[in-house]
Design a protein around this ligand. Structure first.
Ligand SMILES: Cc1cc2nc3c(=O)[nH]c(=O)nc-3n(C[C@H](O)[C@H](O)[C@H](O)COP(=O)(O)OP(=O)(O)OC[C@H]3O[C@@H](n4cnc5c(N)ncnc54)[C@H](O)[C@@H]3O)c2cc1C
Length: 369
């Protein structure tokens, strides 16, 4: 079977590995000119650990794990700790779960994709036309290819979803926050675990292992109309949101944001769809069921989704029927993961000075009781 996958990140690479290993002819189209770097640590949890094992990658992924201390220290403008939580006691299902830098995981997945897979960087799907003969897939600047299956693994702002299922507005549920991630900051020497500074509705988090440290800036906002590919615009949005903040390390980190060349910026949102399949097209990962930055499940869902797709295609020769099976199997997994997004914002992004003080008082009491 000929398969075209849009997107070469976790969902696309896992799908490419599993479908090519099952004997299918796979082409991966990635909009970026080269593999995209950036982001901080992501989690391989629960059933995704089994997917990694099945791919023969568990040892490689486990040995690249990062070991941040499981604590969040909430600091005041002078960096003095006001309260502390140790979230992983509740967050992780099992000690087998793995936290790994997104870049390391992507490198491992990419390195595991069989040589027969064709990668097309710097292109994207312009049109898909389905007929009895299969799907005709027009690639930007690269002509047209025929496929039996088109996989949209192209993230929260999926092109395949837009082409096959309709505009993003129908599916994207904004959770009221935006985040910007700097893979490395020079401001985190000595940070073990996470240090968090808040002003109302805004947060700077430094997360490090004592040597390497990343920075995450987030702010509450209604949905903003912006170009999600325009990095200069992202930098301006972050600068505007923090313009009046002088406490702790905010001004220094803002300077690094301005100079960075791998800033990751997006809204904290979920993609909610009643069906992620149509004919010979299917969505995998954030494209079909983004659970949001704060669910801790995006990467695991993408891997489990890819494995579920590989399973149904193995079980059933008729592609549309197999895709309907995929949709039915992945739906409860997605629902459970999206429920996990919870109310992390209340702890990490208190909206008022009173809410910040109450959060700190609550956590201080919890810590001492
Ligand atoms: C650079 C980057 C940094 C990230 N950092 C973090 C982080 O710090 N923390 C976190 O929790 N999550 C982060 N994420 C999101 C995280 O990777 C996903 O939530 C999760 O791993 C599921 O992955 P995915 O493959 O479904 O989607 P994504 O990882 O979003 O991958 C989508 C891929 O599709 C490509 N693409 C987009 N549009 C098109 C198109 N039209 N045609 C072809 N290809 C296209 C993108 O370039 C990207 O490679 C980041 C994503 C990216 C791309």
């Amino acid at each position: 079977m000929d398969v075209v996958i849009s997107g070469a990140s976790v969902a696309g690479l896992t799908t490419a590995h599993l479908l090519a290993s099952a004997g299918h002819a796979v082409t991966v189209v990635e909009r970026a000119q080269a593999p995209r770097q950036g982001g901080v640590a992501v989690d391989v949890r629960g059933a995704a650990v089994d997917v990694a094992r099945r791919m023969g990658l568990l040892d490689a992924i486990a040995s690249a794990r990062v070991t941040y201390e499981d604590r969040f220290d909430f600091v005041d403008p002078d960096g003095r700790v006001q309260a502390t939580i140790r979230p992983n006691i509740d967050l992780y299902d099992s000690p087998d779960d793995i936290e790994i830098s997104r870049d390391a995981l992507s490198d491992i997945l990419r390195g595991s994709v069989p040589d027969a897979v064709r990668f097309v960087y710097g292109s994207w799907i312009e049109h898909v036309t389905e007929s009895a003969a299969g799907v005709s897939v027009e690639l930007h600047g690269r002509g047209t290819v025929r496929a039996d299956l088109v996989v949209g693994a192209d993230g929260m702002h999926s092109r395949v979803r837009q082409l096959v299922f309709g505009p993003e507005e129908q599916y994207l549920h904004h959770l009221g926050l935006y985040v910007a991630v700097l893979r490395r900051t020079s401001q985190g020497s000595g940070v073990h675990g996470s240090e968090v500074f808040n002003v109302p509705g805004r947060m700077l988090m430094l997360r490090g292992d004592g040597a390497d440290c990343s920075a995450l800036l987030g702010f509450r906002s209604e949905r903003i109309d912006y170009d999600y590919r325009d990095v200069d615009q992202h930098k301006s949005m972050v600068a505007d949101a923090f313009r009046d903040v002088t406490g702790w390390k905010v001004p220094a980190v803002l300077g690094e944001v301005d100079r960075s060349d791998d800033l990751y910026f997006d809204s904290v949102s979920q993609i909610r769809m009643t069906s992620r399949v149509s004919g010979r097209a299917v969505l995998v990962g954030d494209a079909g069921y983004c659970a949001s930055f704060f669910s801790g499940m995006g990467t695991s869902l993408a891997m489990v989704g890819a494995a579920t797709l590989a399973d149904v295609l193995d079980e059933c020769d008729d592609v549309p029927s197999a895709l309907r099976m995929y949709d039915a199997r992945i739906a409860p997994v997605v629902e459970a993961a999206q429920d996990l997004a919870g109310d992390g914002a209340a702890i990490l992004f208190p909206a008022t000075p009173e809410a910040i003080a109450a959060r700190n008082a609550d956590l201080a009491v919890t810590a001492s009781s």
